[in-house]
Design a protein around this ligand. Structure first.
Ligand SMILES: [Cu+2]
Length: 160
């Protein structure tokens, strides 16, 4: 029953750039419905040819408490979850082990805040292109699952 409520809630979110995923392929009796996460407005900042890194941004919303623990993309050698924070009067970014996604809250990854850093870029993401991103989540029982999204490349300098 609870599963149906989730489905109804997410059915209205079938916008472009949205992905709804269910995890936990093993459906066991008595366990609750698999966690679901909605990823919307996923985008990647365009890069100049020599640039080795860029950021990916999106909105995340889940029906159960989750943590974003990692990411990967075919265009990047590796990807990290980053936060921005002030150190003195300098804004710096650094890798974090995980980003909590509280149940029912929208967590924004955006320029100047949390983001996914795509490192060791293999090529230049072109404006308008769609870049596959795989997001790794962990639920409250520490079960991991991945969600695949397509992130649209926005021109360098573009902001939300
Ligand atoms: Cu970063």
């Amino acid at each position: 029953m609870r599963y149906r409520v989730f489905l109804a809630m997410f059915a209205g979110a079938a916008l472009t750039h949205s992905a709804v995923a269910a995890a936990g392929a093993k459906a066991e009796a008595k366990t609750e419905a698999a966690p679901q996460v909605e990823v919307s407005e996923a985008w990647v900042r365009g890069a100049v040819p020599q640039q080795r890194a860029t950021g990916a941004f999106m909105r995340l919303r889940a029906g159960a408490p989750l943590r974003l623990v990692g990411a990967s993309s075919p265009v990047a050698g590796r990807a990290e979850v980053h936060e921005m924070r002030m150190e003195g009067d300098i804004m710096r970014m650094r890798q974090i082990a995980s980003l909590p996604i509280p149940a029912g809250e929208t967590v924004q990854l955006r320029p100047g805040g949390y983001h996914i850093m795509l490192l060791e870029l293999k090529r230049q993401p072109g404006a308008g292109e769609r870049i596959p991103l795989r997001l790794e989540f962990e639920d409250a029982e520490r079960r991991r699952f991945g969600v695949e999204v397509q992130a649209q490349v926005r021109a360098l300098g573009a902001g939300p």
